[in-house]
Design a protein around this ligand. Structure first.
Ligand SMILES: CSC[C@H]1O[C@H](OP(=O)(O)O)[C@H](O)[C@@H]1O
Length: 349
């Protein structure tokens, strides 16, 4: 299994995704501020992975606190949660992960539970969230595999794989589940400029698993769809609004429109905690703008002239009307998404 992140006795260990595929190396975050740094710098990235990282960061901060009274610890927990919440704005899973630990903390603190007991319970919960992430994605993968063709090429954008989660992956989890069933499928991976999650990460993890993969530049998808090569597209998600509008890696919207034009199914695969029912539609999803250097530089070398303007939105929003289905561990959602999402939100699991 790919060790994207792991709780250890010394802190949280992260596979450094900024160094892949050339070097497989690990970063140990020894305190919650260092966890915030690795999320911000995308040493760890992907909605599910940063959700559980956020939870582990809060748990680590509480575990390491030297506060001896609950009022002092309460104040520290606020700072810890704020620090982690300010790292990346779009993936709602981050806020979900932080809230899981904060809610347990608040409950135990309100019951006046001893600080040592609180520490052990929040750490245990962070580890449970890690296990549940993998278990949920395996269930999601099985639902998704039911929708894929038994043979042919599947397009994906960015990396919604084991590297974007605690393991297995969402979009790539569906592909893994299909391959495990013996489907004769292969993957076209968009390179996903500017951070190159497709080039560096999807290509790395799929070839490691011997899943046949062809890397294409972001502007090639339409060409291959026109040739009839692509049978379906599947992507992950960072935040899904109550009406089904979906924020995902920049370029996803273009892929969805191309799919519509060519009559190709366009699937979103995401655990249910990616759905944000408080956000009514995609216009209200905050879109992260990242540093210009991600666009101007490739492998540390500047490829743009000095003085040119740079825009670097990290995500776009695909309107629900372009989405064939949203695959979750609770089942498959279809249009009208307002209704199917509302109904599924009422299920406890
Ligand atoms: C599991 S969803 C993965 C999702 O995360 C990516 O964003 P980033 O690499 O910036 O964290 C992207 O939107 C992927 O689809």
């Amino acid at each position: 299994m790919i060790p994207t992140l792991q709780w250890t006795s010394e802190g949280v260990s992260f596979l450094d995704q900024t160094k892949l595929p050339q070097v497989e190396t690990y970063v140990l975050a020894r305190n919650y501020n260092e966890v915030a740094d690795v999320i911000r710098n995308m040493v760890v990235r992907g909605a599910m992975a940063i959700g559980v990282s956020g939870a582990m960061g809060v748990a680590l901060g509480i575990q390491q606190s030297t506060a001896v009274t609950l009022p002092d610890l309460n104040a520290e927990v606020e700072v810890i949660c704020d620090t982690l919440a300010k790292t990346r704005p779009t993936a709602v899973n981050l806020f979900w992960g932080i809230a899981q630990i904060r809610d347990l903390y608040n409950k135990l603190a309100a019951e006046n539970v001893a600080i040592d007991e609180i520490k052990s319970q929040v750490v245990a919960l962070a580890q449970t969230l890690y296990d549940e992430d993998i278990a949920n994605l395996k269930v999601l993968g099985a639902y998704g595999a039911d929708l894929l063709p038994k043979e042919g090429t599947i397009l994906t954008h960015c990396n919604a794989g084991a590297l974007a989660a605690c393991g297995y992956g969402s979009a790539l989890g569906v592909i893994r589940a299909a391959v495990e069933r013996g489907y004769k499928i292969d993957v076209f991976a968009d390179e996903t400029r500017p951070f190159n999650q497709g080039t560096r990460l999807t290509a790395w993890e799929l070839t490691k698993d011997n899943i046949p993969t062809t890397l294409i530049c972001d502007n090639m998808a339409g060409y291959f769809m026109g040739q009839g090569r692509i049978k379906a597209a599947i992507v992950g998600a960072d935040r899904i609004a109550a009406n089904g509008d979906t924020a995902n890696k920049i370029g996803t919207y273009s892929v969805a429109i191309l799919c519509k034009e060519h009559g190709i199914p366009f699937y979103v695969a995401a655990p249910f905690n990616t759905i944000d029912i408080e956000t009514l539609n995609g216009k209200d999803i905050p879109i992260e703008e990242r540093a210009a250097k991600e666009v101007t530089h490739v492998n540390g070398v500047q490829v743009t002239p000095d003085g040119v303007g740079i825009a670097n939105p990290a995500f776009d929003v695909t309107p629900a009307k372009y989405i064939t289905a949203i695959i979750t561990e609770r089942g498959v959602l279809r249009a009208p998404f307002e209704e199917s999402i509302a109904a599924m939100s009422k299920q406890t699991k």
